[in-house]
Design a protein around this ligand. Structure first.
Ligand code: GFB
Length: 311
């Protein structure tokens, strides 16, 4: 990407979009365009088409999405399906019509079958049944991958898809009913520490395995792929290592210096037993993560210590 190229980051207020804007700024890109959802509703086809026609961006990072943790995915099922399908269809079609040079679409590791062999290779897409708690989100993200693939095949568009593992970092969502596990446990453990509460509740059995990537590593990988990858097949972005949720809780307790106990809430779902990315392809292309999980949790915990929670 040329330093003066017009780059549209869709979803710049979210955790991923804001990390992309930070990284683009650090690298000296000076023509970044953004719109908040109140200025541009990406679910609205007319608004999206008018925006692309007026702005004619050269490059697009499609990081706008309705996202959330296991509980939000499971409850707002229709919204996760509808909102994400509309955002992707409108943006990808407008990018084609307005001759965007390259578009990068962000998916998720939940697109892979629930019981797929581990680690998850890109080729496992559509080889089995999805995890039901996040099936609507996964189906919308699979549609996004297929839009990119088929606009490439039919119209020659250089649209690529990347699949990040579970992410965390600045601008994460700390709403306990909607968040992912890592920010939820940071909040619960921090609150328990400062209020001297002896027990922290962890959802499910604590046995599911998850892989976590700091969003600053993700944005770095996305920029790397925007520069170096022009193929039809999706690319996984992760670290290649995972840990049980129980160990994640223990690690956060250690970072927060909290000495209480964990209590598992078996009324809450576990979700997919394991979703470890096979990152051979990305590493062969020449990229690897820089921020270890412990270092990343320390960075985020220092922000959490400054936050004011109502609980
Ligand atoms: O991060 P998370 O909400 O989503 O949950 P998924 C991961 C695991 O942590 C599950 C457990 O086994 C949860 O039961 N967990 C323990 C908790 N305590 C908590 C807690 O306080 N809050 C939360 N949220 N979880 C999502 C998908 O799946 O991952 C999305 O639903 C997307 O579609 C995203 O793919 C990356 O990893 O299970």
């Amino acid at each position: 990407m040329e330093k003066n190229a017009k780059i549209y980051v869709a979803g710049h207020r979210g955790m991923v979009g804001s990390a992309l804007v930070r990284r683009l700024n650090q690298l000296g890109y000076r023509n970044i365009i953004t719109r908040s959802s109140s200025e541009l509703d990406l679910r609205n086809q007319q608004q999206v088409f008018a925006f692309f026609e007026a702005e004619k961006p050269d490059y697009v990072f499609l990081s706008a999405a309705k996202v959330g943790g296991i509980n939000a995915n499971n409850i707002y099922r229709a919204d996760f399906l509808y909102d994400n399908l509309m955002i992707e269809s409108n943006t990808i079609h407008a990018a084609y019509v307005n001759k965007v040079k390259k578009l990068l679409f962000l998916g998720s590791s939940c697109i892979y079958p629930r019981m797929a062999p581990q680690p998850l290779k890109e080729s496992y897409l559509l080889t089995g049944t999805l995890e039901y708690t996040n099936e609507p989100y996964a189906i919308a993200k699979i549609a996004g991958i297929k839009l990119c693939e088929n606009y490439r095949l039919q119209y020659g568009c250089n649209f690529i898809s990347v699949m990040p593992t579970n992410l965390y970092g600045p601008n994460d969502n700390y709403d306990l009913a909607k968040s992912h596990v890592l920010p939820a446990l940071l909040r619960k453990i921090h609150t328990a520490k400062i209020k001297n509460i002896p027990i922290v509740e962890v959802w499910g059995s604590g046995t599911p395995l998850r892989e976590f990537l700091h969003v600053d590593d993700l944005s770095d990988a996305c920029l790397f792929l925007m520069e170096h990858y022009n193929e039809r097949e999706l690319v996984n972005i992760g670290t290649g290592t995972d840990l049980p949720i129980k160990d994640l809780a223990l690690l956060i307790m250690q970072v927060a210096k909290y000495k209480g106990e964990i209590k598992f809430d078996s009324t809450k779902p576990d979700g997919t037993p394991r979703k470890l990315m096979d990152v051979t392809k990305l590493m062969t292309l020449g990229w690897k993560p820089k921020i270890s999980l412990e270092e990343g949790i320390r960075m985020v915990y220092s922000e959490v210590e400054q936050m004011k929670f109502s609980d």
